[in-house]
Design a binder for this molecule. Structure first.
Ligand code: NI
Length: 140
């Protein structure tokens, strides 16, 4: 019997925010924007659900990978504070020049949080725009 690797432990914190966006490329006409982006080509908002999953070893003293209150505090400071009740096309410095699809917003959130979650390692971002539309960004 060889040495077995310790199992990977993932923990997830869920946060929510509400934000407006428009999905439309200025170089396309209205018809093409409507064809590609549908209802999202006009100005509107969503109640987003954000799940941040991290991994690490379980601390023998606390029994935790990381205190989820700490994850909550960091995600609020780096992400939620900037996007909640804001317009994603206009108001968020780290989304400037970005078409705010769920994919692009999830990727931008990944880059905001990567390396900034204390001792825990970022594993996955899950961003739900509607009940039917969910994007996941995972460590490659
Ligand atoms: Ni939309």
């Amino acid at each position: 019997m060889g040495m077995s690797q310790p199992p990977a432990v993932h923990v997830t914190r869920r946060l929510t925010f509400a934000a407006g966006h428009i999905l439309a490329k200025p170089e396309w006409d209205d018809a093409r924007n409507r064809e590609v982006f549908g209802a999202c080509s006009g100005d509107h908002g969503h109640n987003y659900d954000l799940e941040v999953t991290v991994s690490g070893s379980v601390d023998v003293n606390t029994g935790m990978v990381i205190n989820l209150r700490e994850v909550d505090r960091i995600v609020k400071e780096l992400v939620i504070h900037d996007v909640d009740h804001r317009h994603l096309n206009r108001d968020v410095p780290w989304l400037q020049g970005c078409l705010p699809t769920t994919e692009n917003v999830a990727l931008a959130i990944w880059h905001r949080l990567e390396g900034n979650l204390s001792s825990a390692r970022l594993e996955k971002i899950r961003l739900k725009e509607t009940e039917n539309n969910v994007v996941e960004v995972e460590r490659g």
